[in-house]
Write a protein that binds this ligand. Structure first.
Ligand code: HEG
Length: 150
C-alpha cells in the first residue's frame, strides 16, 4: 500500500494543475518513439513513424499521447488506489502485448520521457522535491500498469 503525505499530495495536485494533457501527452509519446525507436514495434497500426518529423506530425501519435495522459489524470485523482484503477488496463496491455518484458521497461522509458517534457516546461520550478514526488507517482503508475504481467 502506497502512502502519500499531505506535502506529496499537494505537489502532485500543483504539478498536475499546470499540465495540459493535449500538449504534454503527444510530446511525451513522440519522445518515446524517437529516443527509443524499438518501441515503435507496438505501434505498427499508427502509420508513418519513419522520422522524428513524421512521428511528431502523426495524428495517431498525438491522439494516443492524450489517451495515455488521460489515464494518468485518473491516477492523480485516485492516488490511494492506482493499482485497482489500472487492473483492467494492465490486463489489456498484458494480453495485447503478450507479456513482453520489454514493455515493462518501455513504461519506465515513457515515464522518463514524460519527466523530461515536464521538466523542460517547468524549468527551475521542477525542484528536486517536486521531481522526487513526480517520479514516485510515475513509479506507482508503472507498477500498477504492469501488475498483471508477472
Ligand atoms: Mg499503453 C493503449 C495507457 C504505456 C502500448 N495505453 C493504451 C490505452 C491507455 C494506455 C489508456 C487505451 C486503452 C483502451 O483502449 O482501452 N499506456 C498507458 C499508460 C502507460 C502506457 C498510462 C504508461 C505510463 N503503452 C505503454 C507502453 C507501450 C504501450 C510503454 C508500448 C511501448 N498502449 C500501447 C498500445 C495500445 C495502448 C500499443 C493500443 C493503441 C491503439 O492501437 O490504439
Amino acid at each position: 500500500m502506497v502512502e502519500w503525505s499531505a506535502a506529496e499530495r499537494k505537489i502532485v495536485a500543483d504539478v498536475w494543475g499546470k499540465i495540459s494533457i493535449d500538449e504534454i501527452g503527444p510530446q511525451a509519446l513522440a519522445r518515446l518513439l524517437i529516443v527509443y525507436p524499438w518501441t515503435q514495434r507496438y505501434f505498427g497500426a499508427f502509420g508513418d513513424l519513419s522520422s522524428a518529423g513524421a512521428i511528431m506530425g502523426n495524428p495517431k501519435v498525438s491522439e494516443h499521447g492524450k489517451t495515455v495522459l488521460g489515464a494518468l489524470d485518473k491516477a492523480v485523482k485516485n492516488l490511494d488506489d492506482i493499482k485497482g484503477l489500472y487492473a483492467k488496463l494492465s490486463k489489456m496491455h498484458y494480453e495485447k502485448l503478450n507479456v513482453d518484458p520489454d514493455n515493462f521497461r518501455a513504461s519506465y522509458l515513457l515515464a522518463d520521457c514524460l519527466s523530461i517534457v515536464v521538466a523542460t516546461k517547468f524549468g527551475s520550478a521542477f525542484s528536486p522535491e517536486v521531481q522526487a514526488t513526480w517520479q514516485k507517482l510515475l513509479s506507482v503508475v508503472v507498477a500498477a500498469l504492469t501488475s498483471k504481467y508477472f
